[in-house]
Design a protein around this ligand. Structure first.
Ligand SMILES: CCC/C=C/C(=O)SCCNC(=O)CCNC(=O)[C@H](O)C(C)(C)COP(=O)([O-])OP(=O)([O-])OC[C@H]1O[C@@H](n2cnc3c(N)ncnc32)[C@H](O)[C@@H]1OP(=O)([O-])[O-]
Length: 735
């Protein structure tokens, strides 16, 4: 784990814990013992710490946080103290990743030499903790309170150049960082380095503490539903006190965070996100035993609202991207929109000017399908009309090379229209596609495992978190969270007069956005499309009925019969959203939805008109209004999604609870500090949720989302821990 190598009078401690040299207990012990050995050896004059596997140290081993193997070794605080107190100068040779505990190790050394491409960060805040191995006290002393208050509460990654500019490293090299560190070591042998002991210094800007702290509170306020950002600010502020006092404050805050449920949930989310790449298919094919061809070129067919967002994902990954539309104007518009997205990235310094031009050079127009004949994958962004889609894909099937994969949301309909059903797969991007990291990948009954492998790898290349699901109807993430949205609409219809009440309840819980704000952002049309599709599956045609009623009655909106047709069937549908869409409210896009929006300010504004529309609606529907408790709002919005999550598992649409959690986190802004909808179920207690689901099922028999999932029933009754839920679902007979 840590190799001790001596060359002449310099000892090197090589950290070797692949893949990212995390600071597991053995590594900590190895560094500690290595420093002691070098200090005891009179022939050693200086010590270098470097990392094997072409990286320095990416931080603590997160698995050990919740899963100690009983291996008692020294703590990281003991290691950092041991480093700083070394009687011989210690030089850190830093490259690739220097994060968390790794950065705490580096700043406890006396000198730091870094490769110019090194990425530095204190990502602890993202795991619900703080740099509690003296990092909050040493870092501001080495750099400044200003820089520490920027870096530690945000967890943002910073470059070697920024590290140098802020005195966090002493030298940057373009090549061979270890050799540079050895050379550097030979220049400091026998020199006094007492002033290099970080804890002995004071931050250079303590006089500005008040202003800097206020600024940090404002900058990070959006994340204050999580405890860690606030605690990080408090801990860094304590660095203005004498070191020992600051350290006590750091320890106290670190302990409080470590034992909070949030830290546990955030660490769970870290691994859940990574676990989605370990996909598995029912026949035993999986990410390990299946190779897919690399996707080096794609064609995006169509020009919808999301096209430019999708295109930029590929451009940023330097994948040759063809945009295929039959009109030059449509192609041009996609180019302009993609250029605007990248220009914004450049303005916000997410990419450099050079990268901007390089990325754009990967864009190509295609007016004729022949131009895209040789692409590795075609991505469908055509209008929702299946006949148009089938027609175009039939043509592409004749033109494209045999290995071209077709990605569409209508897998079975496109597969049956082509002679390559094995090469047809579903990809669902979430809007805005250039921002949202979730990619839902759906396999159909005929999709080949190699096609799955190719598209899952493509997802990684375009920096998406890809979740593999089996194809049923519609987007799984929408199904998961959509049931909760329907509940919100029903409660509004049944008596809540203020949409903010439900939105606030969800936002207080930590959701990035309330239910009605989400409907507005997604757009009324998209929501009504889902309703239209659901009704189609039940044999109803929303528009057909609308036309029918229109013909027979002048104003169908006043038609009681029309609504009664759906309401008094066996199932209730969230028709109020439909009513608003018919009234011309399209959501945030046209400024009118459940809220109002102005062109200057896209923030939702409460709209009293909704109450009037609601009153008329209720009258026509014959709804007797009633009051709702906060608890009922909370339970109906969230427990309905939990029940749906269990159904998605038992129907074998998703493979494991982590996949469902990632969909809720990355597709719908579920609070990361709760871990995801399934982790929420575990924390709340499945027994409690099952009891509520049964209660609502009795109260609302016209809402099938309350039929209790068999899997939920079993895990609740037998009190089965979450780690077995996927296994049990897979052993249940297919529904
Ligand atoms: C008292 C205070 C103590 C100190 C606390 C801290 O240091 S807190 C700060 C702690 N540090 C952090 O928060 C940094 C967390 N790490 C990262 O942000 C990224 O991994 C990366 C930027 C280092 C590399 O990105 P990349 O896209 O090149 O690679 P990738 O992300 O795909 O990971 C590759 C594999 O390594 C695994 N693994 C990675 N890190 C850890 C870890 N620390 N531990 C365990 N495992 C870890 C990861 O699961 C994956 O395993 P798999 O699935 O192949 O079995």
């Amino acid at each position: 784990m840590v190799d001790y190598v001596q060359e002449n009078n310099i000892a090197t401690l090589w950290v070797n814990n692949p893949p990212v040299n995390s600071l597991s207990s053995n590594v900590r012990q190895g560094i500690y013992d290595g420093i002691a050995r070098a200090n005891d050896d009179p022939t050693v004059k200086a010590i270098v710490i470097a990392g094997r596997n072409r990286t320095f140290i990416a931080g603590a081993d997160i698995k050990e946080f919740s899963n100690s193997d009983g291996n008692i070794s020294v703590s990281l605080v003991e290691v950092t103290d041991q480093l700083e107190n070394s009687s011989k100068p210690v030089i850190a040779a830093i490259e690739n990743f220097c994060m968390g505990g790794g950065l705490e190790v580096a700043i406890s050394c006396h000198y730091r030499i870094a490769h110019h491409k090194t990425r530095f960060a204190f990502p602890e805040v993202n795991l619900g903790i703080l740099p509690g191995a003296t990092g909050t006290q040493r870092f501001p002393r080495l750099t400044s309170l200003r820089f520490a208050l920027d870096i530690i509460p945000s967890g943002r990654v910073f470059s070697a150049e920024e590290a140098f500019d802020n005195s966090a490293v002493d030298k940057i090299v373009d090549d061979k960082v270890y050799e540079a560190a050895l050379n550097f070591a030979s220049t400091v042998i026998d020199k006094d380095f007492n002033s290099r002991r970080t804890s002995k210094r004071s931050p250079p800007d303590t006089d500005l503490l008040g202003d800097l702290v206020s600024k940090a509170y404002v900058t990070n306020s959006k994340r204050f539903k999580e405890l860690a950002p606030k605690y990080c600010i408090k801990a860094v502020a304590a660095a203005a006190k004498p070191y020992d006092q600051g350290l006590l404050i750091e320890r106290d805050l670190a302990f409080q965070l470590f034992t909070s449920g949030q830290a546990n949930a955030l660490q769970y989310a870290f691994f859940a996100e990574r676990s989605t790449s370990k996909w598995e298919l029912p026949g035993g094919f999986n990410w390990k035993n299946t190779n897919g061809r690399p996707i080096n070129s794609v064609a995006i067919v169509g020009s919808g609202k999301m096209t430019a967002g999708i295109v930029t994902c590929f451009l940023r990954a330097k994948i040759r991207t063809f945009v295929f539309n039959t009109t030059e104007m449509a192609n041009r518009q996609v180019f302009i929109n993609s250029m605007n997205i990248l220009a914004n990235d450049r303005k916000k310094r997410r990419i450099t000017a050079e990268e901007y031009y390089i990325y754009l050079s990967y864009f190509t127009y295609a007016k004729s399908p022949k131009i895209i004949a040789k692409v590795d994958a075609v991505i469908d962004d055509l209008p929702q009309d299946v006949n148009i889609k089938r027609d175009i894909f039939q043509k592409l099937d004749r033109i494209c090379k045999p290995s071209t994969i077709f990605c569409t949301m209508e897998i079975e309909k496109i597969a049956s229209a082509t002679k390559r059903p094995k090469m047809v797969i579903g990809t669902h991007f979430f809007a805005p596609a250039n921002v949202m990291r979730l990619l839902e990948v759906e396999y159909g009954p005929e999709t080949a495992p190699r096609t799955v492998a190719a598209i899952m790898n493509m997802g990684k290349k375009i920096r998406k978190v890809s979740v593999l699901v089996s194809n049923r109807t519609g987007v799984v993430a929408n199904r998961l969270m959509g049931v909760g949205t329907d509940q919100a609409v029903f409660m509004l219809e049944d008596g809540i007069n203020d949409q903010r009440l439900i939105d606030n309840c969800m936002e207080d819980f930590g959701m990035a956005m309330g239910k009605f704000k989400t409907i507005d952002i997604i757009g009324m049309d998209a929501n009504v499309d889902v309703l239209r599709k659901t009704l189609n599956e039940q044999g109803y045609d929303l528009d057909e009925n609308r036309n029918m009623v229109r013909k027979s009655l002048n104003n169908f909106l006043h038609s009681y019969t029309y609504y009664a047709f759906f309401k008094y069937g066996s199932r209730r549908y969230p028709l109020f959203t439909y009513e608003l869409s018919v009234l011309g409210k399209k959501g945030e896009r046209n400024g009118y939805g459940y809220y109002r929006y102005t062109t200057e300010n896209r923030q939702p504004i409460y709209d009293e008109e909704i109450v009037e529309i609601l009153k008329n609606y209720r009258k026509r529907m014959g709804i007797q209004t009633r009051t709702f408790t906060y608890q009922e709002i909370f339970e109906r919005c969230l427990y309905s999604s939990v029940n749906e999550g269990f159904k998605i598992l038992e129907e074998k649409i998703a493979h494991k609870p982590q996949d469902i959690d990632v969909m809720s986190l990355m597709g719908y802004g579920f609070p990361r500090q709760v871990g995801g909808i399934m982790k929420f179920a575990e924390t709340t207690g499945t027994e409690r949720i099952y009891e509520a689901v049964c209660r609502y099922n009795k109260l609302y028999p016209d809402q099938p989302c309350w039929r209790p999932s068999k899997l939920l029933e079993r895990v609740a009754k037998e009190n089965i821990p979450m780690k077995y839920w996927g296994q049990i679902a897979n052993s249940m007979s297919k529904l």
